[in-house]
Write a protein that binds this ligand. Sequence first.
Ligand code: PEP
Ligand code: CO
Length: 460
Amino acid sequence: MAVTGSVWSPSSWRSFPALHQPEWPSEERAEAARARLASVPPLVFAGEARNLRAALAEVAAGRAFLLQAGDCAESFHDVSAIHIREKLKILLQMAAVLTYGATLPVTKVGRIAGQFAKARTSPSEEVGGEEIPSFRGHMIHDDAPTAPARIPDPERMVQAYYHATSTLNLVRAFTKGGFADLTRVHEWTQEFVASSPEGRRYEQLAAEIERALRFMAACGIDVVSEPKLHQVDVWTSHEGLVLDYEEALTRRDSTTGDWYCCSGHMLWIGERTRDPHGAHVEFFSGVHNPLGVKLGPTATPDEALELCERLNPERIPGRLTLVARMGAEQVFELLPPLLRSVREAEHPVVWACDPMHANVFKTESGVKTRRFDAIMDEIEGFFAACRLERVWPGGVHIEFTGEDVTECLGGSEAVLEEQLSSRYMSLCDPRLNARQSLDLAFRVAELMRHPGRAADAVDA
Ligand code: PEP
Ligand code: CO
């Protein structure tokens, strides 16, 4: 086994222990898929990854906020204009609420155009009395609940690339071609949201934004030709789980000579693969994209520091985002020691809160869900912990969908337990629907305006 510190290359991870990798049934076909991916054009460019890093450096410095959101697992079947547009609408609405509410720039990062692979706690699941391999994402196999459908197929890595390409193409078109224009802020509301309390609150905010634009125009500011009002940057991100895929899409930047993983702008390392001596940390230590690392309840201050040292030894602001997912009940106890040790070591990280992944439970009838209230409690605990440790609460990492699903319980128009199965469409974890996402954005904006309230809530 290679030792940490030996020379990095896009394939050096292969001599480290790599968890959660698919076992491709045919090495020959896997090699063919890798070779194919090694020859396709990159999905993103190094200069874009550097621009995102610069935007995240602003977050690390406490001058901006990160909104990272999207599906738990993207589906090959949902690569359609409607699905992509509906997801973007929510992201744009949430960003508008946060930007206007907190009067801070919001860096928008989708869990999109590549979120096709999942690390699972349990390798198998029971369906109709039969034990079959757990669903691990469309990059690996089909979701149908049968054993043959769950056999890994390396050709799916190539399909994932093409699905990511067409998704990103549309994201670029929507965000640069007029759809994300601030003058269209009203049009991002979906029908099923419009009549809800969040929808009405959003309408009010949209009207205020419109008024502010008219006010600026009346003051003589050229709002027509200011590009920032008509285009936005929505960056892509996914968990960099399947290293065959990530390695094959890694390219050397011709300007700097540095390596970039060109499957997405930002890649993160999941809770189950963040071993500082494992293959994932080895691979991502050598590419220059902005990175995220999930930190769950077992993460120690020393581990957090080791990850900072391994992934950002040069302490480049914006390079590393630590995404805490501790659980509503534990965040205020477990997070402060981590915040403190990273702050004291002067590592310029972004701290973000994933309030989703440690708040999952199964209902009595066996449906996997999350409570909206627990999600909000974790965010409040995160803000309170950051305040206690004088660390900037840099952002949130959310799982949502643009559809009117019933996967998470609660919210202002409460989804009840008996309604969960009516529109439960997630391939993996339960996601917030559009109303719940908007509700969350309003509450986070409020927390950013009055961070003290979070501390009060936790103290109480
Ligand atoms: C995820 O982000 O979908 C995920 C599985 O998260 P984690 O690695 O934090 O469990
Ligand atoms: Co998930």
